[in-house]
Design a protein around this ligand. Structure first.
Ligand code: DAH
Length: 339
């Protein structure tokens, strides 16, 4: 019997199968209930008692070897199969380059994250707008120059269908539909009919922030602005507010930050002043609140708006605005590490 077992052992150690079906046939031949090894196991009953130990050991060895060899073959088929699935023979041999976020997207995300930490949530509105949301609701007088054809792109000669010139339109849309407290940040693309140059483009990006609640004061605005400037630029950034005018805020201001290139000492970038302008802001004009159905005797609010390109320029010193829309990978790759 031992000879028979050894002969089978040699056989199973050299088993070969060309495919999964052949392998299954081998498994049945050797390991199934009526397979050769099982038959030997049955014969084991007849082995003389003094040989049982030795024969038993050989039998176990044989069973194990058969099982191992069959597993081995099975694994080799599985490997071949998965590798075949994984390899795309049409793929280029060069490593695939991963894209990175656009610098404007990076800065937009950073602005939204900073205001997010102050409890603002993101709101969006349409780029194709009407006069009410872009101008009238925001207290623009009928003859305000910003409505002029020179600035605004109108669609199909219809003065009531236009491309929004600022993201302040989202303020109105949110105030019309939500009750205070409102705390939103609205990033988006805006359009103006300007000649394209290194410092102006016919489309660019803005972020608008709006906070409306009971007892919102100018001090709240100033605190939010200071927090934003320090988070966005550096902890030692200073801010200053200059009185200004916007139809939708009263009082209105423009905010400068200490020049982050020379640290406020004065350099060509800040034209020797030590300050650079970054945004417009103010207390929401009561007319605007009323236009949106909010009682201006109960509620007050602040608003601010900034250009994303402007902030990106300050952070990364991009000298030519057009770089942002030219998709030149040599430019875009420079922001890989910021991703
Ligand atoms: N909408 C203004 C613009 O496009 C920016 C702005 C200024 C937004 C003051 C505001 C604000 O909310 O309070 O130039």
């Amino acid at each position: 019997m031992i000879n028979k077992i050894n002969a089978l052992l040699k056989e199973v150690e050299n088993l070969k199968a060309a495919n999964a079906e052949e392998l299954e046939a081998l498994r049945i031949k050797y390991l199934s209930k009526k397979g050769e090894i099982s038959l030997l196991m049955n014969d084991f009953r007849n082995v003389a008692a003094d040989q049982k130990r030795e024969v038993g050991q050989h039998l176990n060895k044989l069973k194990e070897a058969a099982q191992n060899r069959i597993n081995e073959l099975k694994a080799s088929f599985e490997n071949v199969q998965t590798t075949n699935d994984d390899i795309d023979l049409t793929r280029t041999a060069y490593p695939i380059e991963l894209g990175t976020r656009h610098p404007l997207s990076l800065v937009k995300k950073e602005i939204c994250d900073i205001f997010g930490r102050l409890g603002f949530s993101i709101a969006e509105g349409p780029e194709i707008e009407d006069d009410w949301h872009v101008f009238s609701s925001l207290n623009f007088a009928e003859d305000h120059p910003a409505r002029d054809m020179q600035d605004t792109f109108f669609i199909q000669h219809n003065p009531d269908v236009l491309l929004r010139t600022h993201t302040s339109s989202v303020q109105t849309r949110v105030m019309e539909n939500q009750k205070p407290p409102i705390r939103i940040i609205c990033p988006g693309r805006v359009y103006r009919n300007e000649a394209i140059s290194y410092r102006a483009h016919c489309f660019f990006h803005q972020v608008e922030a709006l906070y409306v609640d009971k007892n919102v004061s100018f001090a709240d605005l100033k605190q939010a602005l200071l927090f934003f400037a320090k988070e966005m630029f550096s902890a030692d950034t200073k801010i200053r507010l200059r009185p200004s005018y916007f139809p939708f805020t009263e009082p209105s201001a423009e905010m400068d930050i200490s020049c982050n290139i020379c640290g406020g000492k004065g350099c060509p970038f800040c034209k020797g002043t030590g300050w650079v302008e970054i945004l417009g802001c103010g207390m929401v004009d009561p007319n605007v609140l009323e236009n949106c159905g909010i009682d201006s005797k109960v509620y007050s609010g602040y608003a601010l708006g900034m250009g994303i390109e402007r902030i990106t320029n300050l952070k990364y010193q991009v000298k030519d605005l057009r770089m942002f829309s030219e998709n030149d990978v040599r430019f875009l790759r420079q922001f890989e590490s910021a991703n």
